[in-house]
Every structure is written in structure tokens, then in C-alpha cells.
Design a binder for this molecule. Sequence first.
Ligand SMILES: Cc1cc2nc3c(=O)[nH]c(=O)nc-3n(C[C@H](O)[C@H](O)[C@H](O)COP(=O)(O)O)c2cc1C
Length: 141
Amino acid sequence: MGRLDHCYNIADLREVARKRLPKGVFEYLDLGTEDMVSLENNRRVIKEIKLLNKVLVDVSKIDTSADILGARAALPFAIAPTGIAGLTWHEGELELAKAAAKAGVPFTLATGSNTAMEKIAEVGGRRWFQPLYVAREAALL
Ligand SMILES: Cc1cc2nc3c(=O)[nH]c(=O)nc-3n(C[C@H](O)[C@H](O)[C@H](O)COP(=O)(O)O)c2cc1C
């Protein structure tokens, strides 16, 4: 049984990542940017979401699929682009793309990916690519 089998929520996963990853890589994932205003705001509003449980409802046949940008996905979300995912796990982008294809949701490859897009393309499934960052000064890229 791996350590991930003992993770029951995001806080547990965060702790495993904190112990496993080099400090800088962990902080790239864990922290926000600048004054971290968005990070604090996101955490606050997510905490305010409450799930309403329903009882005595027939769940033998459920449909979680949804239309996303003109095509059906098995779940109402997609994997957002996260640059250098390969730093946190060997061929991390490839694993994310495989998981997304298996789950029937779109996978978005980041411009800052460290896995070749040709390799991701082989996985199949619905693949997106994030808009390229465009900067006037090449030195900023
Ligand atoms: C570690 C990390 C890396 C990210 N890298 C990128 C990136 O390379 N390109 C991009 O467009 N967005 C990037 N994002 C932003 C995410 O794609 C996404 O828009 C953001 O996390 C908000 O989505 P959420 O509300 O589902 O978390 C990154 C986010 C995180 C946390």
C-alpha cells in the first residue's frame, strides 16, 4: 500500500508532496504569486461552498457528463494547464494526459510543458493547448 492510499483529502496529498518534493518545487505548486491575494480569495470562497446531501434518491444510473466547448466530456471539467508538471513527477504531463483520457475529460498542455507535445499526442483523448505567451521582449520569456 503506497503513501497515497492513506490520503483522504487535499491536505493529506499536500503533506505527502511537501515531504517528497524539493522545497522550491513544492513552493511553486503550493504558493500563489506576489501578495497571494487570489490564493487567499480562492480558499475563502471554496470554504463557503456547502454540499447538500440528498437521501432516498436512486443513484443506480447517474450521468456526470457535460458539454464543454461543443463536445461531450464524461465529467464537467478539464485538466487545466500546469507548466513544468514533469518537475513534480517523472513525465508528469504524460501521466496527467493518460489519466484525463481514461476519465474522458480534456487535457490541456501548458506552453511551459517539459514533455514533448508529440508524446502527449500519442495518448489520444481530447487534447487542448494553452494560448502561447507572447511577450514583446524575448528576454522575458
Ligand atoms: C502549479 C501551477 C502551474 C500552472 N501553470 C500554468 C501554465 O503553465 N499555463 C497556464 O495557462 N496556466 C497555468 N496555471 C493556472 C491553471 O491552469 C488554472 O487556470 C488555475 O489553477 C485556476 O484553475 P482552478 O480554479 O481549477 O484551480 C497553473 C496553476 C498552477 C497551480
